[in-house]
Design a protein around this ligand. Structure first.
Ligand SMILES: [Zn+2]
Ligand SMILES: [Zn+2]
Length: 173
């Protein structure tokens, strides 16, 4: 599979690098980096001080010529009744989005033995696997160690592993 990563807003080189690496290792994807995009002002809700997630999915699809596209953004996203989302994908869609906004350690206690940077990177990798999995047709998984398990807060993200479980893998490959 060919995947274009589409940075929207100011995405750090480390985030771009980690997202590419995990797509290569888990999905054996051929990854290219699209040029940085401006934040979609129409997606901004000033009352919430958040951006609506769906516009990021559209931007990624518009910008990227490839088979699949993943938007990466540092801003806080919301979707429907959810107060915030780490990302959003449509099942079998052509594009999805991952936000790094709430993946830092400031949002919870974190794991004491690991650096804030390690915890953040770990969560980022899991969320990229998760949204890419939806885009490839995977639904939520009941195995709470699997990257496809539903993770509304960082607590569930931290419990997951940076891989797909056996049954999710069998569905894909
Ligand atoms: Zn999900
Ligand atoms: Zn699974």
């Amino acid at each position: 599979m060919r995947v274009d990563l589409v940075p929207i807003g100011e995405v750090s080189p480390a985030v771009k690098r980690e997202a590419s690496a995990v797509l290569r290792s888990v999905y054996d994807a051929e990854v290219s980096m699209a040029p940085d995009q401006d934040l979609p002002s129409r997606a901004y809700d000033s009352g919430r001080d958040q951006y609506h997630a769906e516009e990021f999915i559209e931007t990624a699809a518009d910008v990227a010529p490839g088979e699949k596209a993943i938007a990466l953004t540092p801003v806080d996203l919301y979707y429907r009744r959810r107060n915030y989302v780490f990302g959003l994908a449509y099942l079998d869609g052509r594009s999805c989005v991952v936000s790094t906004n709430r993946l830092g350690t400031s949002t919870d206690g974190g794991f004491s033995k690991r650096t804030a940077e390690e915890v953040f990177t770990d969560r980022l990798r899991k969320e990229v696997i998760h949204e890419a999995g939806h885009m490839l047709g995977l639904d939520h998984c009941d195995n709470n160690r699997c990257a496809m398990s539903f993770s509304p807060t960082v607590k569930e993200v931290d419990r997951k592993e940076e891989t797909l479980c056996g049954s999710c893998q069998r569905e894909l490959f």
